[in-house]
Every structure is written in structure tokens, then in C-alpha cells.
Design a protein. Sequence first.
Length: 317
Amino acid sequence: MMPMTRVRCPSGHSARPCSLGTCYRSQPGARWLPGRCLPPQASPGDPAGVAKWLWSGDGLPLASQGCRLRRPTALHLLPRWGLGDVLLGFLVGIVASSLSELSVAAATGVAFVRGSPGRTTPSMVLVGLLTLWVGLGGVPLLVARRKGNGPVRDFGLTLRPWPDLPLGVLVGLGSQYLLIPLLYLPLQPLIPNLANRLSHPAQSFTGGAHGAMYILLGVLAAAGAPVVEELFFRGLLLRSLLKRLGPIGPRLAPIISILVAAVAFGLAHQEGLQLLGLTAFGVVLGILAHRFGRLGPGMVAHTAFNTAAILTLAFGH
């Protein structure tokens, strides 16, 4: 076991416990984060100062003035990713998806119309989905590694059998069969063929696929999309909002962040009638991510939600 590293602290400094030992506040204005003791001048807007204070050149903890470490556990850098990276990921995904779909349309001679079941082929949907994930999934993974501590620590990209699996399935199916119908119940007298119109996005997604292609698209929608979308919307986006809005308070910041991320999640699907339901489900997923500090419960809930929709489309008509 490594000996304790001790640093002389000036008189008058107050001590508080932290996960690495005992951290000392050098001034009354010092900021505290979980597992970290930051000097007063350090802030999310000054990542260079934080990095200089927390790390030594070889990546080991820097025994800085005001801290003593009980074990040689590396302190973690305050992530430098933010809302700019969210915009980058979205733009990369949309541009890559659109260009790939247009390329497939040109190669097959099909007049491509996004979102139209009769004007979208299964191959367009498949290629467009995979290239969309380059932005929505690839950018969060990249920025977490280059600007942070990796997706597991930064975004909570972990899945635990308990309670993630039973809780996620319960929340996902409950949202699909209880929450969504209750939300749209008042609209049924006002909108003709409401149920058919609500199923339009799923029909557009399959692009008229049958057999093996339908199964492949169904698996991607049920297993792939939840992981990518949770990583982007409840990982990078939600945590970027929490970091940006943190100064407004520990109660108000999560509420606003969850709502904004949910609306963005709904708008990203580009379906006007489904916006209400998608936003409500986004709020549910945001609460799960914030409550557990991980994406696992939300990924399972999202998987159950999408699987129910795909199976209903396959066997319900």
C-alpha cells in the first residue's frame, strides 16, 4: 500500500472528507464537486486551470496545496465537452445521413422523400440510420475520450442487471401502453384516424421492408437506437445542460435540463403529431438518467418502448 501523501496546509483552512481522503478548502470561495476539491479560481469555464491543478505530467495525482491523498487514485479532470459538441454531433449525423440516403436513391433510381413509406426503400433506411449514428453515437464517444474521462465516467454508460433490467422494462412498457395512450386520449375526438397517424413513423422507418430486412431494421430500432439516442440525448446533451445551468441551483437546473433535452429528443424525430408523446417519454428517460446517474435504466426502458412499437406494427395489423 502506498504511503499517504501529505501536504502542509496554511492555518485556518477547513477540512472536509472526500472520496480520496481529506480535501482542504484554501479559501471560503472554493467550489466542491463529487470527489474533487477545486481551488477558488477553477470553474467549468477554466478547464486548463483545473487540469493544471489536478494532474501531474505523468497522469498521477498532483499533490497540490490544500489536499492530502490516502491512496494513489487518479483524480478526474472536469470535462471540457459541452453544448458545442452537441451541435457538432447533431450536424454530423444529419449531414451524413442525408448524403448517404441521397446516394442510395441516386444509385437505385428512386425519388427519395424522407419520412414517406412509399418513397423510402429499406436500403435507404438502413444506410441512413447507420450514418446518422456516426454523429449521434460517435461524437459523444470521441469527445468523452478527448475532452473528458471516457463515456463510462462522463455519461454513466453502464448497464447493471439489477435494477436496470426489471425497472427499465416496466418503465418502457408502461410508457408505451399507459402514458402515451393517456396523453393522446383527449385528442381522439379531434383527430380522425389518430391511431393510424401515430403509427406512421414506425411504418416510415421500416420503409416497406419484409422478411430478413424487416427483422434487421427491427433489431436496430429495438437494440441499437436506444443505446445511441440515450448516449446523445441523456448523456452528452443532458449533462452539458446540467453543467451549463448548474449555477442557477441544484433543484432548478435538473428540471430545466431534463425538459430541454426531452424537447430536443422529440423535435429530432421530425414528427409533429408524435412530438407530445416523444417529449413526455424523453422526460421519463431524463428522470431515470438523473436519478440513477447512469444510462442503463433508460437504455432498457427505451429498448422496451421501441420493441413494443415494432411488435405492434408487425403483428397488430
